[in-house]
Design a protein around this ligand. Structure first.
Ligand code: SIN
Length: 312
């Protein structure tokens, strides 16, 4: 028997509302992961094990929970009998957790995040099907890497982004496109499994994570927030830029001053798709986060700073 471990962290998939009609008024993170698994008809031939790592609405996801989640996932991945791991999560910050796990685990077996847009008590809840699909993907012998499976679509965790606040197909892979589709329990794969880009676990186990904030370029954006963050002692700033990485003159000047003073800066685009395109042969004074969304770039910058702290 193949063993799949489901790690519960909360979210709407574990949400409870007062009535089956309610989709937006409910309490997320209310139902134990063991009960979610027990209430889902799992594929035959699988041993399902559950562990409640946390029970939060993912707007309250924290570094402490990330540390516990990565540590427990690494523990289960080291067990030879475990074929794959599923993580139940809230949709709101799942793209950040996906990037985090992708960078610290880069697993040779699958770690599949799943979620739901409707609480478990809804008339047509999406959670049970998403959980079933995620378990089916986690059980595939060829699967590897951090993945996400929602609404029948499988995404590489590194490409994941939430693109809709209500619809059940709330996720997208940006320009990369989905990795595949789960159809009647089978995966129709469109492209290669994601390769790992591991940082390793050691750096992230440190208690003192650096503070990194996001500042957005908007009409009228100036350098006041950047200067205030520097005065607060921030270690890194992600600029959520307009268009292809552009910044107002005064925001750019403030970021350059910050960088000069030792604050790590990354530019990402506030647009939901695409990657920053640099002019041929040119290197921008403020480094690019490539295709990362601003929130993923923030996770990336925190991890880079943690790793730098380990080597200093
Ligand atoms: C959450 O992110 O925990 C709540 C929203 C959701 O899961 O859709």
């Amino acid at each position: 028997m193949k063993r799949i471990v489901i790690l519960g962290t909360g979210g709407t998939i574990a949400g409870q509302a007062a009535s089956a009609r309610q989709h937006v008024q409910y309490r997320a993170a209310s139902i134990a992961v063991a009960d979610l698994a027990a209430g889902t008809q799992m594929p035959s031939g699988l041993d399902i094990e559950t562990e409640q790592v946390a029970q939060v609405d993912s707007k309250d996801m924290s570094v402490d929970i990330w540390r516990a989640l990565a540590t427990r996932a690494a523990h289960h991945l080291a067990r030879p009998e475990v074929a794959g791991i599923v993580v139940t999560h809230g949709t709101d910050t799942m793209e950040e957790t996906a990037w985090f796990l992708h960078r610290v685990l880069a697993p040779a077996r699958p770690v599949v995040l799943t979620a739901a847009m409707r609480p478990a008590t809804a008339l047509a809840a999406d959670g049970p099907q998403n959980l079933l699909d995620a378990v089916s993907v986690a059980a595939l012998p060829e699967a590897r890497g951090v993945l996400a499976c929602v609404a029948g679509v499988v995404h590489a965790g590194r490409d994941l982004r939430k693109v809709h606040p209500y619809r059940m197909d709330a996720f997208d892979s940006g320009d990369a496109g989905p990795l595949g589709f789960v159809e009647d329990g089978r995966l129709r794969r469109l492209r290669e499994w994601p390769d790992g880009e591991p940082f390793g676990l050691d750096a992230m186990l440190r208690a003192d994570w650096p503070r990194v904030d996001i500042v957005m370029n908007t009409v009228g954006a100036d350098g006041v927030l950047v200067d205030a963050l520097c005065a607060l002692g921030v270690r890194g700033i992600v600029a959520a830029c307009t268009g292809n990485g552009t910044l107002s003159r005064s925001l750019e000047e403030a970021l350059l001053r910050a960088q000069e003073a030792g604050v790590a800066v990354l530019r990402a685009t506030r647009i939901g798709r695409g990657a920053l395109v640099e002019a041929e042969g040119a290197t921008s004074a403020l480094p690019s986060a490539g295709a990362l969304t601003p929130v993923q770039a923030r996770v990336e910058l925190m991890l880079r700073l943690l790793q730098q702290d380990m080597t200093d």
